[in-house]
Structures are given as structure tokens and as C-alpha cells.
Design a binder for this molecule. Structure first.
Ligand SMILES: Cc1cc2nc3c(=O)[nH]c(=O)nc-3n(C[C@H](O)[C@H](O)[C@H](O)COP(=O)(O)O)c2cc1C
Ligand code: SF4
Ligand code: FES
Length: 564
């Protein structure tokens, strides 16, 4: 008997007490047609639990949705409970779970970014207009920052991104069914090797450079983690190495902090420099397996990496590509580990730290894409070369993702310690026409907001903390007098509310309450400050701890906003 794939067969309760139970097992019954389809789709792929998210992607890609029947069949195939599969699938924004009786999801999805830079440049209006004009067979939904803030507003048609999106160019892209990622020109394996690439790795593997000398170069350069936390890289590698093996390595390519797009820039231009740094890291900590987690919003980066990894000579650690599924929190390192294990991205309590108990319970080296990208240059050119850059007493280089009201937004490689004023004038061609500098975010959504009058602070790790801000992933968003800082702070709070994993109350409830209070014409500053403090003090992870930074910055540095 054939069944509608999207229906799970109803069943009778097996009974209780002395009555004889019916011959039907407990729980959802697997539909034979759905089971067959899932078996075919998975083919000879491994049924390991940690591949759950990868398998959910297979279903979503093929059917544009995941029906309850397919979920039940997948659970059966992976020997997991339906609840485990359901809770994972529903955690991630890019999986569309369709329960029995619910309408199907239209075949094409258009996502429109409504995070800060895009909102400032018309993203919210675009979203509303597209919702009205997209027509049948197309679903238009909002999306948090997709890492293209320099070409805001950004929209995604299927897996194809439209820069400087308008109703006309988005609908035209949809009409042409141009729904696949476009690969930019980049330095491929041959070109990279021709430029001296992989020589450092070979010398390291051949023992011509000692592990200690390599680590010393990183220490001397004071390379710090560029994912946001700024932990000294050499020290982290030594800490992992100090733990008993086997050890693993995980690469954080989740880049979800609104305003940030530097990792995408490096992966889309020079991917092998990143891969060489990664392989060097794995060699140092003796990791036989490397898990590279790239956010779902970066399909071009994933395709480039898959193509280029295939060209690497045999031998060395195994590189496993893993695809995020639309959850900002999975950039937090312990949440990343949960996601790599195929689970919901709920941050873990620390300690133990990932270098002690990480992926699959093993000591794990976790680094950001850009941190690894710099390893080759720092070792080959030397720590002095790295430190020859810098300004205002700071040393090294920083990759600033600059967006907002400047003439030339984009990824700007600039000296660490540069001020925002210097960055705008020297690297961005000044403010956009008709705009006067009013405020800036020095470190993405979490790093606070400062007024233009405080434009002389060196931008680097450790320089902004005394102002209640931080540089994080160096995402600089420039606001002009056309923009409201209160509206900006509300946009950011709504982002955190949406992206909170919900695990702890101060963050889950605090972000929601704060957004409600901030929607009011008059802010209850005392109550908002108290709420912000509770979130900072009692949240489990950095999301909840930093979510109130923009809010408290506005209260502290923009008194004009509160004049009667
Ligand atoms: C809420 C939150 C989101 C984060 N998102 C990212 C991210 O998208 N990419 C990243 O590399 N690090 C992110 N981090 C920082 C990571 O937890 C971690 O510090 C980093 O991946 C370590 O690599 P690094 O030392 O090379 O920077 C995030 C942290 C928090 C608290
Ligand atoms: S602070 Fe927020 S994101 Fe972090 S664990 Fe708590 S609820 Fe989840
Ligand atoms: S792409 Fe829209 S804010 Fe970053």
C-alpha cells in the first residue's frame, strides 16, 4: 500500500494494564515510501549520528522542505529517536519542517537580509515589497546578516546572492532561475603552489623547521584569534598539544556576526593560504582529522574548498567539510562542537574548555578561518614583518569589514590600532555623499556603539573595553546623521533575540524583554540598564553576555537621544 510521503501513519496506543497490547510498536511509525526515499537519498553514506545535519541538508535540498515522514524515516535509518532528530532539525533556520496537514513550502525561497547595514540601506522595505510582488511558487523570508554588508542590501535567491538588491534585480534573478552560487575568480591550487605555497608545510613535515620554532614565530608576532575573542594563537596550540592524544581540529567558518565578511573574502580569494595554515595547525597538534565548518550562507566558499581540497596531494590529515544550517550561535566555539556532533547548537558550560574536552570528547584545536590564513605569512615573513605594521602604539594587521555610510565599503586590510576616522578617510574614500559621520560600531553587533566624537580610539584588542565596547571580529559599521542609534540598537537586540539558543533564561527572556522595552517611544533607561546587567552577569555564553552592549552604549554615549 502506498502512502502520501508527507503523512505519518496514525496508530493506536498499544494499551496499558492488563489489556493485551496491540502489535504496533510505540512512537511514530515509519512510512515505507518515505523510508525507501531516505534510504535512496543517503545511498552508501555513513549513518553516523554526527552526520545528522549533513543528511538533513540532503533532504532539504531535494524536497525544499523536510516532512515529518522523512524525519521519522531518517531517525529510523540513523537509529536515533524521532525526538532527537526533530529537536535538531527544528533548531536550525534553514530546515523547513512540515508537519502532517501543513501546506508545502514553495519550491523557491528568497531571503532578504534585515540586519543592521542592510536595514540602513533599505533592506526592510525591500523585504516588504518582495513579499507583496514575488507571486506564487516563491517564498520571501527575512534573514540575519549573510556576510555581504559591503554590497547591502543583500538578498539570496535560492543559493545565489544578489548584491545591491532591488525588487527588479531580485525578481529578475528568480525569473531566470539563476539559483546557484556563482564562484568568483580565486587563486587555485596550481597558482598557489607556483607562488611558493605549501613549501612551509613540507618543510615542517620534513622536520626542517621545528614545531618549537613555528610556535615561537606565532608567539613573537602575538597573533591573536581573529574570530572575536582574541586568544593568543600560539598559546592555544601549545595548550592543545599539552593534552593527551588523540586530538582533533575544528575550523570556525561560521562568520555570523552582523557586519563581518572577512573570512568570506579570504576563502573566496586565496583559499589555499587558509588550507596551508590549517594543515600546519593540525601538524603541530598532531590531529589526524580536521572538521571545517562553513556557514550555509557561504555556498561559494564551500564549493571552492571542496574543489581545492580534492586537489591536495594524498597523505596528511583527513579534511571533513561540514555545513552550517542558519544558526549564528554555532559560531560560539562550544556550540560549534555540538553542531559538528550533529546536535542543536547549545553552548556548553566551560570548563572544561574545548582544548581539554572538545569534539567527540577529545582535546580539540578550534581556530577561526582568518587566524589560520595568516600563519604562513607570519612564519615565512617573520614576526618582525607582522609587527612592522600597526599604528597608535598597536602592532600587526587587522582585516576590517567596513560597511554602512562610507563611500567605498569593503574588506580593508589596515594597521592594527588605526582609528575609525583614519579608516574612513584613508581606506574608504570618506563618508558617502550627503552623509555626515554620526556613530560607529567598532566590533559588529556585540561590540557596542560609539559616537563620532570618540573617533580617535585605536581599534584593536584591549583598547575599547574601557568604553564598554570591543573589537571582536573587526566589523565596523558606520552610521550617519540619517541613521537613528536607537533604531540601530533595537535592530541588534532583535537579532540577538532571534539568535538566542534559548538555553538560559537571562538571555532568552532578557533579549525579548529588552527588545519590547526598546520598541517604546520612551526608553525606561533604569530598567533597561538593570536588565542588561542581569544578562551580562548570568548568561551562559558570550551572546547573552554581550547582547546588551549596544543598548548600554546608546544610553551612555548619546544623551541627546533622551532629551525631552
Ligand atoms: C556568540 C558568539 C559567536 C561567535 N561567532 C564566531 C564566528 O562566527 N566565527 C569565529 O571564528 N568565532 C566566533 N566566535 C568566537 C569563538 O567562540 C572562538 O573564540 C573562535 O572560533 C576561536 O578561534 P580563534 O582563536 O582563531 O579566534 C563567537 C563567539 C561567540 C560568543
Ligand atoms: S547566553 Fe543565550 S545563546 Fe548563550 S547559552 Fe544562554 S541562551 Fe544560549
Ligand atoms: S549582509 Fe545584511 S547586514 Fe550583513
Amino acid at each position: 500500500m502506498s502512502h502520501d510521503v508527507h503523512q505519518v501513519r496514525s496508530f493506536d496506543h498499544p494499551g496499558e494494564g492488563r489489556k493485551r497490547a496491540k502489535a504496533t510498536p510505540k512512537g511514530r511509525q515509519v512510512d515505507p515510501t518515505a523510508a525507501h526515499e531516505i534510504e535512496q537519498l543517503l545511498g552508501d553514506r555513513s549513518r553516523r549520528r554526527d552526520l545528522l545535519i549533513e543528511h538533513l541538508h540532503l533532504i532539504q535540498d531535494k524536497y525544499h522542505q523536510i516532512s515529518a515522514a522523512h524525519l521519522a524515516a531518517l531517525a529510523d535509518e540513523l537509529k536515533l529517536s524521532f525526538a532527537e532528530v526533530f529537536e535538531t532539525a527544528t533548531f536550525y533556520a534553514h530546515f523547513d519542517i512540515v508537519k502532517e496537514g501543513e501546506p508545502n513550502v514553495p519550491p523557491l525561497t528568497i531571503r532578504v537580509c534585515d540586519s543592521l547595514t542592510c536595514a540602513m540601506l533599505g533592506g526592510e522595505k525591500l523585504l516588504e515589497e518582495l513579499k507583496k510582488s514575488a507571486g506564487p511558487g516563491v517564498r520571501v523570508v527575512r534573514a540575519p546578516c549573510v556576510g555581504r554588508c559591503d554590497t547591502a542590501p543583500a538578498a539570496e535567491v535560492g543559493h545565489n546572492f544578489v548584491d545591491h538588491a532591488s525588487v527588479a534585480n531580485v525578481l529578475d534573478t528568480a525569473k531566470r532561475a539563476d539559483t546557484h552560487a556563482h564562484l568568483p575568480k580565486y587563486i587555485d591550487y596550481d597558482a598557489y603552489v607556483a607562488g611558493g605555497g605549501y613549501r612551509l608545510l613540507q618543510r615542517l613535515r620534513a622536520g626542517e623547521i621545528s614545531r618549537e620554532n613555528l610556535l615561537k614565530a606565532l608567539d613573537d608576532a602575538s597573533l591573536r584569534g581573529l574570530g572575536g575573542a582574541g586568544f593568543p594563537t600560539g598559546r592555544k596550540w601549545r595548550a592543545v598539544l599539552g593534552e593527551p592524544g588523540p586530538r582533533l581540529m575544528a575550523v570556525n567558518g561560521d562568520e555570523g556576526e552582523p557586519g563581518t565578511f572577512k573570512d568570506r573574502y579570504y576563502l573566496e580569494t586565496d583559499p589555499h593560504r587558509f588550507l596551508e595554515g590549517t594543515l600546519i595547525g593540525a601538524h603541530i597538534v598532531e590531529a589526524p582529522d580536521i572538521y571545517i565548518y562553513i556557514r550555509d550562507e557561504y555556498p561559494a566558499c564551500r564549493e571552492i574548498l571542496e574543489r581545492e581540497i580534492a586537489k591536495l596531494p594524498a597523505g596528511g590529515p583527513v579534511l571533513h567539510m561540514r555545513r552550517g544550517a542558519g544558526a549564528y550561535i554555532c559560531g560560539e566555539e562550544s556550540s560549534l562542537l555540538e553542531s559538528l556532533e550533529g546536535k542543536r547548537g547549545l553552548p556548553r558550560h566551560k570548563p572544561p574548555y574545548p582544548f581539554q574536552v572538545g569534539l567527540f570528547g577529545l582535546p580539540t584545536l578550534i581556530n577561526n578561518v582568518e587566524t589560520l590564513w595568516w600563519v604562513r605569512d607570519i612564519v615565512e615573513k617573520g614576526a618582525d614583518w607582522w609587527k612592522s605594521h600597526g599604528r597608535n602604539g598597536r602592532l600587526g594587521l587587522r582585516s576590517f569589514s567596513v560597511s554602512g555610510r562610507v563611500k567605498n565599503p569593503g574588506m580593508k586590510l589596515a594597521p592594527a590600532g588605526i582609528t575609525v576616522r583614519e579608516l574612513i578617510e584613508e581606506f574608504c574614500g570618506g563618508m558617502a555623499d550627503g552623509h555626515t559621520f554620526h556613530a560607529y560600531l567598532p566590533g559588529g553587533a556585540s561590540g557596542g556603539i560609539l559616537p563620532a566624537s570618540m573617533d580617535d580610539i585605536p581599534l584593536d584588542f584591549g583598547t575599547l573595553e574601557k568604553y564598554g565596547c570591543f573589537i571582536g571580529s573587526a566589523a565596523i559599521v558606520i552610521l550617519s546623521r540619517e541613521d537613528s542609534v536607537k533604531a540601530a540598537a533595537l535592530n541588534l537586540m532583535r537579532f540577538f533575540e532571534d539568535e538566542s539558543c534559548g538555553q538560559c533564561t537571562p538571555c532568552r527572556v532578557g533579549t525579548e524583554k529588552a527588545a519590547l522595552l526598546m520598541e517604546r517611544e520612551t526608553w525606561n533607561r533604569a530598567l533597561l540598564e538593570e536588565l542588561g546587567q542581569a544578562m551580562r552577569d548570568a548568561s551562559i555564553c558570550g551572546l547573552g553576555q554581550a547582547a546588551s552592549n549596544p543598548l548600554t552604549s546608546v544610553i551612555r554615549y548619546f544623551p541627546d537621544e533622551f532629551k525631552d
